[in-house]
Structures are given as C-alpha cells and as structure tokens.
Design a protein around this ligand. Structure first.
Ligand code: SF4
Ligand code: SF4
Length: 501
C-alpha cells in the first residue's frame, strides 16, 4: 500500500518580485520550512513543514511572504469533513492519539457573544470613569458572614487569608517547561507591576522567580512536580489542580524534548523523560480526601495562604463546586472547555467538558441557593478573550477571571496550535535557547501590562455605563445582562432574561 499522503494544510506564498533573498525567513523558521537553493540562488519552501506561526511573515523585511490555507480539497461532505478524513489517515499511519495544543477550534456556541451588556439611560445615571472613582480592586478568599467585637467594640474576628488584586484578572496556570523561562519571567514581571498574580502551573518555580512570590500562585498537581516546603511558602496562594478545561479527566503531559536543563531540575525529574502527571491525585477519591490535602497545605504554610482548587467545567459541576466549597478551600477556579493547553489529545480537547459560561452561572446559583457563596471566591477561565468577556463573567458570578491564551497572544503568540512540538518560533512555548532568546522578558512584560491596563480601562467604562462603580457591585448582577438568540433552557441556566424583557 502506498504511504498515506496528506496534502499540506498551509501553503507558503513568496512574492518573487519582492524577495531579496536575504535568507531571514530561513533563519527565523525553526521548522526549516524555508531553504536557499544555491543552484538557482533563490529561496525554496516546503509547505508540509509550515505550522502557520507567522514568524517569517512578520520578520520578512521585504513583506514578500504570506501563508494561505490550502484550497486543495477532498470531495465535499458535511459528515466526512477534511479533518475527519485526515485524522483517520494520520491515526492509521501512527497508531497513536492525535496530540494538539491551545483551545478547541470547533464551532461550539460561545455564550459570551450571546450576552449583551446593559447601560444606564435617564433614570439611573451613568458614571464617568475619567472623573469619578471606580473600584476594580478585589479580594479573593473566604469571607465571614458575621464579625465579632471585643468589650471595647473593636473587631476581633480574624480574617481568612486573601489575595488582593488591583484588577479582577489573573494569569492562569502555565508551567515552566510548557512555557520558556522568558515567558514565565514576562508574566511574573507584569503581574508584579499590575498588582495581580500569575500562576506557576504544575512544573515548580524557578528559583530566580521566587522574589515575585507575592504575585505568584504556586500549583500542586497530581504529579507533584517541583513541590517542596520552600515552593509552597514562596507564593501568595496555593492552587490544587484537580482538572483543566482543555483536558478534563486526564493528567498533564510535557513531552520529553521540553524536559531539559533547568526545567528538569525545577520539576525534580530526570532530563529527557516524559513528564506525565496522573489523571487523578492518587490520594484524592472524595471531598473528604480533598479536604485532607487542603488542610495539609494550610498546615504547611501556617494557615497564611489561601488555597485554590481548580476544576474543569464538567456536567455535574455545581454539585462538585458545592463539595469544594465545603472542603475548606478558599477559592475555586473553574476552567471551561474552550480553555487552552500546552499539549492535549485532540479528541479530548474537542469533545469533553462544558462551556465556562454555563458552568459559572450554575455554580454561582448553586452556592447562593445553599447559602455558602460567601465562603468561597470564584475564578472563571477558559477562553476569556476581551474586557467585555470579563464583565460578563463577573456579572454571571465570578470574583475574577483567569486568562492564558490572551496573555500568550500579548507576548507574540500567533495561535498556530503547535506548542506541543517545542519549536515555538516566538520563544514562548519552547526550551530551545536560540528560540527562547527571541522573547525579551521586558518587552513581554510591557505588552502584558499594556493589555491588562487597556482591559481595566474598558471594564471601568462599561461599569460606568451601567451606573456601577465597583466590581463588587457587578458581581453576580445578572440584571446587567440580556441574552440574545438563546433557548429558554439556556437562559434559565445562565439566569438571565432575553433581550427586550
Ligand atoms: S512555520 Fe512559521 S516561520 Fe516557518 S514557514 Fe510557516 S509561518 Fe513561516
Ligand atoms: S505559543 Fe508558540 S507554538 Fe504555541 S500557539 Fe503560540 S505561537 Fe504557536
């Protein structure tokens, strides 16, 4: 049987009239898609190597390059699509699961785009954020329902540990190993300047980043990579990762090529080994077991750090969240199924889990019904794309949001979904020193700070437009949302009225 041949998905188009044969594209493409042909003194291209990362396009001084989606086609069919056919050929050839990266490209409903935001008119004046104070600061952690005073009337209730954020946005967990050191440092520097937090992910924390501790969330995942007492004490909070939106129900995976040098030392595993964290925590099979770990981590850090439990958005999410709230955790992070990943089986990413919008709304409603909403803060993540999504998430009940893909895009990512290959031409999802050096941590920080500053200003403008002057007043305020093009069932779950009502 002839070898399966799959026509390349992308074609490299070179404008020969503009190309000066400077060979910059050859130097910039770690996938070796460009080459110089000495016989003709011209550049050649191998389309099959191209992952559409846009690096050569952006760096070509003559603007001579573009990448186009191939128009080569199979016989059209709504059922057996190009993807369905090529996936079969790939798996018949390899015998393995199809690995991919970043969030699902599938055409599932994006409920954010079906939720319209309110604005004041006449009877409830709007607020001008340029001239009047707007509070975007949030405190994440358990809140007391009652306070106690001593004989002299002073409050004597001891507050639970909190994370303070200047704006309700955090950088979500992305491990050192899946990301380069320079990408991690960009996130750390930006978090410090913005007064927010970034998250170490499950790969431990490089010792050179310990001084960003007050702006760092350290993660404890099922693999326990890089976890030791100093690490637990280094961060502002500890996150127990039970699940991830892009791959609910399975563990983490860092390909062996990325486990080298400082990554292997920080993770405390040998170089060149696959870093596979187990699907479950082997000591957690119930909420009671989770509670044991929550209190073990509190005990290890003298009850000074809030504990976050991160779970993927799945079918019975509200019941699970209720259990998490009763486990003693201070914060629950819910990750929707459109969230990104550094590496995941495509079949899991594209088919398992539920959207963050529905998960968030049902969790907030359930915790309120049970009278325990104040005992835990909610962070929502899994495809927050802009400041309007942040406003919608808070109105649906989140205290704050996690962003990851948006942060990578700010640092230069062009969403080629090839992070798992380890040859990110933008220096973000790679450990190859010549590629890592392409991302300057100061420039990465500057772009991240710009992004969050812009979003914060837009959030203030939208809140002002609603006549609201604090995130606290927006939280769970579903009257500020109206649905459009949704079924009654969807509206019921989201807890919003239809536009026009
Ligand atoms: S992989 Fe990136 S750098 Fe290489 S040819 Fe394609 S777009 Fe250009
Ligand atoms: S981080 Fe790099 S490899 Fe991953 S999607 Fe972005 S550009 Fe591609």
């Amino acid at each position: 049987m002839p070898k399966d041949y799959i026509y390349p998905e992308f074609e490299i188009v070179r404008n020969e009239g503009r190309c000066t044969v400077c060979r910059r594209c050859e130097e910039q493409c770690a996938n070796r898609a460009h080459a110089f042909d000495a016989a003709t003194s011209r550049m050649t291209a191998e389309d099959a190597r191209c992952v559409d990362c846009h690096r050569c396009v952006a760096m070509c001084p003559a603007h001579a390059l573009k990448i186009v989606q191939s128009s080569h086609t199979f016989r059209p069919g709504a059922n057996w699509t190009r993807d369905a056919i090529t996936d079969i050929h790939r798996q018949a050839g390899s015998g393995g699961a199809l690995l991919t990266s970043m969030g699902t490209p599938k055409d599932y409903p994006v409920y954010w785009d079906k939720l319209l935001i309110n604005a004041s008119q006449v009877t409830n004046p709007s607020i001008d954020p340029l001239r009047e104070p707007m509070e975007t600061k949030v405190f994440l952690g358990q809140k007391h329902t009652h306070i106690q005073r001593d004989e002299s009337g002073r409050i004597c209730t001891e507050l639970h540990p909190q994370i303070t954020l200047a704006t309700p946005i955090l950088f979500s967990a992305m491990s050192y190993g899946s990301l380069s050191y320079n990408a991690h440092e960009s996130l750390a520097r930006a978090a410090q300047e913005l007064g927010i937090c970034y998250n170490s992910g499950e790969g431990g924390l490089h010792e050179d980043l310990y001084h960003y501790g007050p702006n760092t969330i350290v993660q404890v995942a099922s693999g326990r990579f890089g976890v030791h007492p100093g690490y637990l004490k280094a961060g502002a909070a500890i996150e127990i990762k039970m699940g991830q939106g892009a791959k609910p129900g399975i563990g983490g995976h860092l390909p062996a090529e990325k486990v080298m040098g400082d990554v292997s030392r920080t993770r405390m595993i040998p170089q060149g080994t696959e870093a596979i964290s187990p699907a479950p925590h082997h000591d957690i099979y119930s909420i009671e077991d989770l509670r044991q770990l929550v209190y073990t981590l509190k005990e290890a850090t003298d009850y000074k750090k809030p504990i976050i439990v991160k779970i993927a958005a799945v079918h019975n999410i509200s019941a699970i969240a209720s259990g998490v709230a009763r486990s003693g955790a201070d914060i629950i992070a819910i990750d929707g199924f459109r969230g990104g990943t550094g590496a995941a089986p495509a079949r899991i990413r594209d088919n398992v889990g539920i959207p963050i919008e529905l998960a968030l709304a049902s969790v907030d409603a359930r915790l309120r019904e049970e009278g325990i909403r104040g005992s835990i803060s909610i962070i929502a993540g899994g495809s927050i794309r802009n400041s309007a999504d942040v406003v919608r998430a808070i109105a649906l009940g989140a205290d704050a949001v996690y962003i990851a893909t948006g942060a990578l895009l700010a640092m230069g990512c062009h969403l080629c979904r090839s992070c798992h290959l380890g040859r990110c031409n933008w220096g973000i999802a790679t450990q190859l020193p010549e590629l890592v050096s392409r991302l300057d941590p100061e420039e990465g920080k500057r772009r991240l700070v710009n992004l969050i500053t812009a979003w914060t200003y837009e959030i203030k403008e939208m809140m002002g437009g609603m006549g609201i002057n604090s995130i606290e007043a927006l939280k769970g305020n579903r009257l500020m949302l109206r649905g459009i093009g949704l079924t009654q069932k969807e509206l019921d779950i989201l807890g919003v009225l239809h536009a026009g009502e």
